[in-house]
Design a protein around this ligand. Structure first.
Ligand code: ACO
Length: 310
């Protein structure tokens, strides 16, 4: 690259402008974006599975319609994100192969089972709440197509978060058994939700460079803290206890102190050894293989259509 292209890139980033697909960019910047956007897209697609588990068992037609709409939104998010990744010169089919082969990651959070319908509410409240905290700053990411995709995704995520909270409020106003079900789901999802933000800053190899490039705007620990501060008052209103004895208001910092997540658990899940990793990938692979005829038919149709048009 010419020194001029390099300095133009640096100026765009420094001046809070957007880098666009046709602009010159450093190879490592491109590779970081492909890595992060692909992982993000894969997370949206794999994330449909834990909730999909409850589609046929939702307790009412209303709850089923809501859950179906949410799962469809997630498919849409995955597609916007694959399209954003493709602007960097990669191919969606290749990214899917890498996911299925275990060469690319997806969020640790989707490797935990959904044991009761309360889990659907807790995923909305905590998992989508954490996703919003992490993703709102990505609307200001230096790479234009990713930043723009995030604007719409964040709007839909905040709807998902509210539907989860509303579901939990309804359960909490129900029977003693329903309240216990909510507390049990909160106990199981709290720590994995904190782990979604990634390893602590000292063990996050990508953060510094991604922040310098203004892909990431805040460190993993900063966003984790923001999530805890946002969530504690919501837990109080809901009437549940967050399973962390170290949780305490810190007057000096104006923030909640909280305990240390079990980082060895996060590393195990990222390595593929979480409770549902094998099942999630097997199911994704089967869906991909079962869908081969759709892709073939769509390509045949496009080829025929193209010929007619020419
Ligand atoms: N699950 C799986 N892998 C993770 C997680 C996690 N919760 N947190 C970190 N990792 C991986 C990173 O991808 C990285 O591995 P890699 O270098 O092979 O890609 C490694 O652990 C070290 O982490 P960091 O250096 O902190 O990585 P990074 O700077 O990419 O930060 C983060 C991780 C915060 C997840 C970032 O990639 C991000 O903001 N991504 C976009 C949001 C996203 O993907 N959300 C998906 C879940 S939300 C949803 O879909 C509803």
């Amino acid at each position: 690259a010419s020194a001029e292209a390099q300095s133009r890139f640096e100026a765009v980033v420094a001046n809070e402008q957007r880098v666009e697909p046709r602009d010159w960019m450093p190879d490592a910047y491109r590779a970081t974006l492909v890595r992060q956007i692909a992982q993000h897209a894969h997370s949206e697609i794999i994330g449909m599975q834990p909730e999909g588990n409850w589609l046929t068992r939702a307790p009412s037609l209303r709850r089923k319609a809501i859950l179906l709409a949410k799962a469809q939104d997630e498919a849409g998010h995955g597609l916007y994100l694959y399209a954003a990744a493709e602007t960097l010169g990669v191919d969606r089919a290749e990214l899917t192969e890498k996911l299925i082969d275990g060469r690319q990651k997806y969020s640790s959070i989707f490797n935990y089972p959904t044991l009761t319908f309360a889990d659907v509410g807790v995923i909305g409240w905590l998992v989508d709440g954490a996703a919003i905290c992490n993703q709102v700053p990505l609307c200001r990411c230096s790479y234009g197509p990713y930043a723009r995709a995030m604007v719409r995704i964040c709007k839909e995520e905040s709807f998902h978060q509210r539907q989860g909270y509303e579901l939990l409020m309804t359960l909490m106003a129900g029977t003693e058994g329903q309240r216990r079900m909510v507390q049990d789901a909160v106990d199981r999802w709290w720590w994995p939700s904190l782990m979604m933000f990634g390893p602590p800053d000292g063990a996050s190899p990508n953060s510094e460079r991604s922040m310098a490039w203004r892909i990431k705007r805040h460190s993993n620990d900063e966003l984790r803290q923001r999530f805890v501060d946002m969530t504690v008052p919501q837990a109080e209103i809901l009437g549940v206890t967050l399973p962390d004895p170290a949780l305490a208001w810190n007057e000096e910092r104006g923030s909640w102190d909280f305990g240390e997540p079990d980082w060895s658990e996060l590393m195990q899940v990222i390595k593929g050894q979480g409770p549902c990793n094998a099942q999630r990938i097997d199911r994704r692979r089967a869906a991909h293989e079962d869908g081969a005829w759709v892709r073939e038919a769509a390509s045949a149709y496009a080829a025929k259509h193209g010929r007619k048009g020419s």
